[in-house]
Design a protein around this ligand. Structure first.
Ligand code: XMP
Length: 513
């Protein structure tokens, strides 16, 4: 069955990924493509509809991004958003002007709910606007169907040509009924059936992978993170034992993590594949002995991974394909139109050069993160793997300040496991972006029974963030902090003090090194 596709045509706006996500949330498949895509290529998708995104340009600018004029007369429904709305107006003969004042923020917009894209909505609702140019006069054949105090033409329609334009941003969540606008466009204008689901994605990807790989061999570096785990499960479903996964247990993973990964992917696990576990803890600890400088530690951990992966790849010999857990945001961010830059593995930086392979396969390259998770559940991965919080490539190596050794790893694994268990018990697991325990390099005096102690201090970190570029410390309940502290000092040997890190990022980072 051909899947219904609605294409998001990218004019450089900041919310473009979001538009594709919103469309997919309506169970309609969507991809983002650059505005420079030739018309023939656009038609090859047989799109049920097109959405033009916003963008920073003015339609009158010399190098303004334009589009093939023929696109407006093909009978394919188009929804223009912000710049996309202005572009449609401009190219069809309407008038755009620079307003004296930029309209920005949450604005009350009045809707004509007889328009196909505003059906079922309130007559007035809050929408996000962000524009300087405005539509002074709609193009011929268009009727104004929404307005605000500063924006007389906040939306226009030409139903006969299936052309719709909105000045506001329906894709952002602050536009209260924005999702209805998108769904109305997909259903009432594009006649989409809304039958895109994760199981149909998994089935079609499995077919496509079988076709691409044929009888070839595929090699995947399995880190145990969400992306590589889902990629492994998907590839195993498609090609079974033609897949080899190399899992390097660095000895810098969380408590029991290595065994958990082996239980899922190793012999006797749920998947047919060749699973190679390399227990490299001793090797890592030997390399890290005496090293305290954070960047040097990171470098050593990364290089050691390359060496080990290289050794294992040599044993396997020639493979036709190297698999990568690249996901859609990576593809979009690495520049649309070009094929995605190979994701430098968090541990690596230039992974493929030393492996003898011909081609890359990226089974998740069209999925957003939460869709990767859905696919993982669909493929039978356990929830603790699918909902695992982000874990840095260098692992506990950058959560132990100063020299790393087996004893310190054990301390922080135990403390972190207690912390995670209690956060979960308090029902806060899904509410914090990332949280973990780190081992400070500080020792201090304490008293245990009648004995003086001189032991380590553990730092607890918990942050709330949407993009990890900036973050705030989570306001954890005092009872939780007290419980965790008590448990750690009682249950973890060589720890006599626990501290909570209240620092935002910046100036601190999320990790300690
Ligand atoms: P920072 O410490 O830079 O962390 O504020 C931001 C986010 O990035 C993760 N992180 C890493 N992830 N390899 C990774 O794969 C790394 O070397 C690395 N360093 C930091 C960190 O866990 C947080 O989510």
């Amino acid at each position: 069955m051909e899947k219904e596709t609605v294409l998001v045509i990218d004019f450089g706006g900041q919310y473009n990924q979001l538009i594709a996500r919103r469309v997919r949330e309506c169970n309609v498949y969507s991809e983002v493509i650059p505005y420079t895509t030739p018309l023939e290529k656009i038609l090859s998708y047989a799109p049920k509809g097109l959405i033009f995104t916003g963008g920073p340009a003015s339609v009158y600018a010399e190098d303004a991004p334009l589009i093939d004029q023929r696109i407006f007369s093909l009978g394919i429904p188009i929804l223009g958003i912000c710049y996309g709305a202005q572009l449609m107006t401009y190219m069809l003969g309407g008038v755009i002007e620079r307003a004296e004042k930029r309209e920005y923020g949450k604005i009350d917009v009045r809707f004509d709910t007889t328009s196909a894209i505003f059906q079922g909505m309130d007559e007035t609702s809050i929408c996000v606007m962000s524009h300087t140019d405005y539509i002074r006069q709609p193009a011929e054949g268009f009727r104004i169907v929404a307005s605000s105090d500063n924006c007389p033409a906040a939306a226009m329609e030409n139903p006969a040509e299936k052309l719709y334009a909105v000045q506001f941003h329906p894709e952002v969540s602050h536009s209260v009924q924005g999702q209805m606008v998108i769904e109305n466009f997909l259903v009432n204008v594009c006649n989409c059936n809304q039958d895109w689901t994760m199981d149909s994605f998994v089935d079609s990807t499995v077919q496509a992978l079988r076709q691409k790989v044929g009888n070839g061999k595929v090699l995947l570096a399995l880190s145990g993170g969400v992306d590589s785990s889902v990629a492994a499960a998907l590839l195993s479903k498609a090609i079974g034992r033609q897949l080899t996964c190399v899992f390097v247990d660095t000895g810098l993973m969380r408590k029991n993590e290595g065994d958990e990964i082996e239980a899922v992917f190793g012999e006797g696990g749920s998947y047919a594949l060749n699973f190679v576990r390399v227990n490299a803890a001793e090797r890592y600890y030997a390399k890290l002995k005496g090293i305290t400088e954070p960047e040097k530690k990171r470098k050593i951990i990364g290089e050691e991974f390359i060496r080990i992966f290289e050794e294992e790849a040599k044993k396997i010999g020639k493979v036709e394909f190297l698999a990568q857990g690249t996901i859609y945001p990576d593809v979009i961010e690495s520049g649309l139109g070009k094929s995605a830059v190979i994701k430098s593995h968090h541990n690596v930086g230039g992974l493929p050069e030393y492996v003898d392979f011909q081609e890359i396969v990226e089974p998740l390259r069209l999925l957003f993160k939460d869709e990767v998770r859905k696919a993982g559940l669909e493929l039978g991965l356990p929830e603790y793997l699918v909902y695992r919080q982000p874990f840095p490539g260098p692992g506990l190596g950058i959560r132990i300040i100063g020299e790393v050794n087996a004893e310190k790893v054990k301390i922080i694994q135990e403390a972190d496991a207690i912390y995670r268990e209690e956060v979960k018990n308090f029902g806060l697991d899904g509410k914090i972006s990332q949280y973990f325990a780190a081992l400070t390099n500080m020792r201090s005096v304490g008293v245990m029974g009648d004995e003086r102690t001189y032991d380590y201090a553990v730092a607890l970190r918990a942050v709330i963030t949407s993009d990890f570029m900036t973050a705030e410390a989570a306001r954890l309940p005092w009872e939780l902090l007290e419980k965790v502290t008590n448990r750690i000092v009682n249950e973890v040997k060589y720890v006599n003090r626990v501290m909570y890190d209240c620092t935002t990022k910046p100036p601190a980072t999320v990790e300690f090194e």
